[in-house]
Every structure is written in C-alpha cells, then in structure tokens.
Write a protein that binds this ligand. Structure first.
Ligand SMILES: [Zn+2]
Length: 467
C-alpha cells in the first residue's frame, strides 16, 4: 500500500467554485477533499496560500517530430519533463501518419518513441497527411485502440493538405464512430501562391512569413470547414485559432446551429506580429517566431482573451514544436520558406495563463482550470480520471503560488531548446508542487523524481458538450 499524503489548507479550484480545504491522496487517487485532519504517520504538505489545480492537460504538441528535413528539439523525455515542471501532467501528442503509411504504422512508431520515456501520462491524436479509402477503413480500429481524435490540415499544399471532399468523407466516418477531428484552418492553395510570389520578388527574410499567411486565409478556411459541417454536424474542433476574424467565423457558424470546439495557444494570446520586424530590415532573430499560423495583431489577442473567458474558446494547447535557433531555424537563413515552423511553449502554458489571464483579471481561477484541464479531459475522453479534483479522480495536482514573481529565461527552463519566445517576460504566479497519480514529482519548483513512469492513456470517445 502506498503512503497517504495530505495537501493541507489550500484553495481547491473546481470548475465553478474555489473551496478552502485539503486533499487526501491515496493509491494514486484523490480519496477525500474538505476540512481534513492529518492521520497518524501521514505525510503532510502545507498548502496555505496556494491554489490547488487539476494537473494541466496539454492538447497540442509535436515531440520528436520529423519535419522539414530535421527533427524537433524536444523528444518525449525532455518535452514531458518540461511539461511537468510547468504543471502539466498529461500530454496528447500528434502521432503522424506520413504519406503512404497506414495509421497503425504511424501509431506504432509513436508508441516506440514514447514508451518508457515520459515523465507524465500521455495519449495520442492521429494526424493524417492525406486521405484515401484505406485510411477510412482503418479509422475504426484506431478509435478502438484509444485514439479518438484525428487531425487534418487545410494548409501545407503538396505535403499534408486535404480538401473539402476529403474532409467530408473523413468527418462522415469519424461521426459514425463517435470520434472527432481537429483542423488546421488556413487556405493552403493561396499560401502557396503568395510564398512563390514573394520569393520571386527576392523577398526572403523571415518578415515575409506572415505576409504570405494573412488572417483572411484562416477565416476563409473556417468558413469552408463549417460549410461541410452544415451538411454533417459531426464532432470537430479548430486547432490553434489565431485571429479575431477566425473567431468571428466560428461564432457565425454557431449562430446557424453548428457546434464547434476551439483551441487557441499562449503565443496568439501574448505575442504579436511586431516580432517579425519590418520589410526593410533583415533581422533573422524573427525566425524564432516563425510558426503557422503566424503571430497576429494586438486586437486579435484581445478577441482571443475575451473568447477564452466567455466560453467561445474551450481550451489552450501550446503547439509545442521546438527547433533550436542554432542549426535548425538557421536552415532558412537565406529563405524564410525553409525555416522550420514551430516554437517551444510546453513548460509555460499554465503559468503564462495564470499571470496574464487570472492575475490581470481577464478570467477567474476557475475558468483557468477549465481551459487548461477540465474541458480537454472531457473532450478528449479522459474525464473524470483526469481534469478535475474530485474523490476518485487521479491525484494529478498542481499547487501554484499566486504571489511569486519571476522572469522567463530560456536557460532556466527544462525545454531542450536554445531559446524561448517568451524570453524576459515577467510572470506572476509559479508552480510549487506537482503530483502525478499521487506521487510528488515537483517540490518547491524543482523536479524531484527522474522516473519516466508516465503511462499511455487509451481514451474514450469525446464529450463535445463543453464550454
Ligand atoms: Zn501543431
């Protein structure tokens, strides 16, 4: 029998209320909550003044992904250690089916990468790079194996892009199975034309990445996707929403009775397109912010914050896809279209959202727990084992000190990347303790267990009724 642990006198954050009290952890689960007194020989951790939040669920990462002739800097070990340090106890990574492969081949490769190498619990979405009848036939067995969410790209022509007929067929099969599909919404055909046009003009600096991916192309892809869903009403979501225009298209679809779930990311809430510099200046530092979709404007950030607080946006993933500046981002030194797309962020999600969401008054602490854990647990078939602090749930818990102030420095992070896009940002609120299935893995801000004992989580079907 495992020891019993008492997290004493914290603020227990539930979806709709915050209670002052204690949590008892036993056999990997939360066994009791409320006004509890220590039992003989019980280990007690004083949580006075700390928020007790459900362990974060990260919905969007690309660990150890082969992309653009290289591989992402974080593998499952460094990536999940970074997640852990930042208060995330479950990650759902994108296993990818590359051209010509079956989904089973893609999935088994991802299991090999992750098996025995994760510091936190993990599951997979299945990302498709194409569509055909063979993949359609395979969907049922993938869902059966605990992968109940897929992803398709409306961007990346000639590489991963699918079009409306393929989206229709995939959604129809996913709907039959009760699964869901997430979509990268950008118009890949137009991006391709714009990239070729800028390169032909000799416009090769990182600045031109965002010029070739304007906000209208996200909005337009969402309109097209929702036209398909007007016919089907299948479960689906939009990954990494980045613009006010895109959110407007989502809400217009909702007015027509279409149910759409939306994810956004800290970079679209906190960073803006000024990071790309100007057309007349070649500053390759901007490569650190090359991601797709690109960073947007201040007014987009404000719209996304409002959407997150109001329930128009349901959860936050980071799209953690880390490439070192040296040697990787530099591959595009003479051509922005060759810069590997993506940036790190897995470690900072919860703390940035606390600092810039809760501490600034944009949302309350309860909403923070919902958008970083509860909604993802429900939608991705992990609730109530994960995502909520109730008796019987897994004892995945974060104790966050709302008063501690610190500054982001790449060198202090666990992420295996030589930079962070959030360098120098002041942060109010810091993760103090983290528990995974009842075991303390972070104490006073430091990882205290090197065990790679994260478990694979087969997931149930999505519950799409979340706000
Ligand atoms: Zn992604």
């Amino acid at each position: 029998m495992e020891e019993s642990l008492l997290l004493k006198d914290g603020f227990i954050v539930l979806p709709g209320e915050t209670l002052r009290g204690s949590l008892r952890l036993r056999d990997g689960k939360i066994s009791q909550t409320g006004d509890l007194t220590p039992e003989p020989d019980e280990r007690v951790i004083n949580c006075e003044g700390l928020y007790l939040l459900p362990g974060g669920i990260e919905t969007h990462t690309h660990l150890q992904l082969e992309s653009m002739g290289t591989v992402t800097a974080d593998d499952f070990e460094s990536g999940t250690r970074a997640a852990l340090a930042g208060g995330t106890t479950t990650v759902i990574d994108f296993a990818t089916q590359f051209h010509g492969e079956s989904m089973a081949e893609g999935l088994s490769r991802w299991h090999e990468k992750a098996d025995g190498r994760c510091a936190i619990d993990y599951g997979f979405h299945m990302a498709l790079t194409e569509w055909n009848s063979r993949l359609k036939e395979e969907m049922a067995s993938v869902v059966e194996g605990g992968v109940s969410s897929f992803k398709m790209y409306m961007a990346y022509k000639d590489n991963m892009m699918v079009q409306e007929d393929e989206i229709y067929e995939a959604l129809e099969e996913s709907q039959r199975l009760g699964a869901t599909i997430g979509f990268h919404c950008e118009n890949g055909l137009l991006i391709d034309v714009l990239v070729r046009r800028e390169r032909a003009r000799g416009h090769l600096t990182p600045y031109y990445h965002q010029v070739t991916r304007p906000p209208e192309l996200e909005e337009e892809a969402i309109v097209r996707l929702e036209a398909v869903n007007h016919l089907l009403h299948a479960n689906h979501h939009i990954v990494h929403l980045s613009t006010a225009r895109g959110l407007g298209a989502v809400n217009r679809a909702r007015e027509r009775g279409i149910s759409v779930i939306v994810e956004t990311c800290p970079q679209y809430l906190l960073l803006d397109a000024s990071r790309y510099g100007t057309a007349d200046r070649d500053d390759f530092e901007a490569a650190k912010f090359i991601m797709s979709p690109p960073l947007r404007e201040r007014r987009d950030q404000e719209a996304l914050w409002r959407g997150l607080a109001s329930g128009d946006i349901q959860f936050v993933g980071t799209d953690h896809c880390s490439f070192n500046f040296k040697g990787q981002k530099e591959m595009g030194r003479s051509d922005f279209s060759k810069i590997p797309n993506g940036a790190p962020g897995i470690e900072l999600r919860l703390q940035l959202l606390y600092a810039y969401g809760v501490a600034t008054g944009r949302m309350d602490i309860n909403r923070l727990s919902v958008v970083t854990a509860t909604n993802a647990a429900k939608y991705f078939g992990l609730y109530p084992d994960k995502g909520v602090l109730l008796p019987g749930s897994d004892a995945d818990i974060v104790a966050l000190d709302p008063q501690l102030e610190w500054t982001v420095r790449a060198e202090d992070l666990q992420e295996n990347c030589d930079y962070t896009p959030y360098e120098g940002m002041p942060v109010k609120g810091r993760v103090r303790h983290v528990f995974l299935r009842g075991r303390q893995k972070v104490a006073f801000g430091r990882i205290v267990s090197d065990d790679l004992d994260g478990r694979y989580l087969p997931r149930r079907l999505p519950d799409p009724v979340i706000q």
